[in-house]
Design a protein around this ligand. Structure first.
Ligand code: GLT
Ligand code: MN
Ligand code: MN
Length: 386
């Protein structure tokens, strides 16, 4: 029952299970696996797909001949395992050239190089099957706003997105963009810090229909926000093009823990939102194993991400089928229809009728909501006693 299936569309980035345990204070604790080895590891744990940054697959220093060999071997591993590539992205953050941003850099040569690197990476991703392209602008920000005008930064971001949308159209690629927000880290502050910012920014693009969001649990939690609400807003606007599932303690650095490892209840509501609304895109686990793990434990990490999703999915079904919960929901949402004539689509007649209506304000304030009872039933389902 908790075995991952292709229809679950569970994916991992090469950089996730391939994370070698380096942190700002310590050297790697695991040896680097090749992309081919990572694909085989993912097949072994039952994942459906693999995503990559250009340089996770092809080192930034590789020659054309080296690139051809790497891509050929990778393609062979995909064929051998049945693992697919649904998403790709560009590394615009590791190289020192991007230390002050890529698309928002003050240096026009860096901005041009970032566009060139992204076009090449799009070609690479599409050639391996990607239909979603993620943009995470980890370096697009500042430590001091003395150095960069934030309005200019927004305009530069827009110019880059418009340029790259046109590139994709020009090539005739079947590819959509998914923008990923993060409030800070590695920059002191990153532009378009939340999914809400991204949704507003997208509407200003020339081809906004090609562009949606890739929200990540940890990033909204770092900002102290309710991830489920942000994903809901994206879904309601048909802009949830991709999702990065992981977990994160509030107020901490970017932890990228195994999905549902920290905030079980919010993980439940994320799964509930996705399942109840029929989200059928990729569920990408953008997370990595603890630095203390060896590769056996990395497999336990990857299996845990998928298993937790499937367990929570079963809890959602249980919640939806629970008659006591449904009874409470029916009570909460009770509506005798008597207000229908006053609300909904505006008309001056309705407004006049509404103004003439008298309300028993005290009675309105007296009605209680059984949210304690409902939340407790939710907890009991999660704790496995219901
Ligand atoms: C990086 C970041 C992630 C992004 C990846 C895509 S790279 O690991 O922390 O949240 O999704 O660029
Ligand atoms: Mn993260
Ligand atoms: Mn991410």
């Amino acid at each position: 029952m908790y075995t991952p299936q292709a229809e679950n569309k569970f994916t991992f980035g090469l950089w996730t299970v391939g994370n070698i345990g380096r942190d700002p204070f310590g050297e790697p604790t695991r040896k680097q696996l090749s992309p081919v080895e990572i694909v085989h590891l993912l097949a072994e744990v039952g994942a459906w797909g693999v995503n990559f940054h250009d340089n996770d697959l092809v080192p930034i220093t590789a020659t054309a001949a080296e690139q051809d060999k790497i891509v050929k071997d990778f393609r062979q591993a995909l064929d051998d395992t049945g693992i697919v590539v649904p998403m790709a992205t560009t590394n615009l953050f590791s190289d020192p050239a991007f230390k002050d941003g890529a698309f928002t850099s003050n240096d026009s040569k860096v901005r041009a190089y970032a566009l060139q690197k992204t076009m090449n990476a799009i070609d690479l991703g599409v050639s391996l099957g990607a239909t979603t392209y993620v943009f995470w602008g980890g370096r697009e920000g500042t430590e001091t706003d003395a150095g960069k005008d934030p309005v200019t930064a927004i305009k530069r971001s827009r110019e880059a997105m418009n340029y790259l949308c046109e590139y994709v159209r020009d090539q005739g690629y079947d590819l959509k963009f998914a923008l990923e927000a993060k409030p800070n880290e590695p920059r002191g502050d990153i532009y378009n810090a939340t999914t809400g910012n991204m949704l507003a920014f997208i509407e200003t693009l020339d081809h906004s229909e090609m562009v949606g969001v890739n929200p990540e649990v940890a990033h909204e939690h770092m900002a102290g926000l309710n991830f489920t609400h942000h994903v809901a807003q994206a879904m309601e606007q048909n802009k949830l093009f991709h999702i990065d599932l992981n977990d994160q303690a509030f107020g901490r650095y970017d932890q990228d823990f195994r999905f549902a490892a920290v905030n079980l209840k919010s993980a439940f509501f994320i799964v509930k939102l996705l399942e109840d609304n029929g989200y059928d895109g990729c569920k990408h686990f953008d997370a990595h194993a603890y630095r203390t793990s060896d590769y056996e434990d990395v497999k336990a990490f990857a299996r845990g991400c998928m298993r937790n999703y499937l367990i929570l999915k079963e809890k959602v079904q249980r919640w939806n089928a629970d008659s006591e919960i449904q009874g409470l929901l029916a009570y909460i949402n009770e509506d005798d229809g008597s207000m229908d004539g006053y609300m909904g689509q505006y008309s001056s007649d309705k407004a006049a009728a509404l103004r003439a209506q008298t309300f028993d304000r005290a009675a309105l304030g007296e009605r209680g909501q059984p949210y304690e009872a409902l939340d407790q039933l939710t907890i009991e389902i999660l704790l496995g006693v219901r």
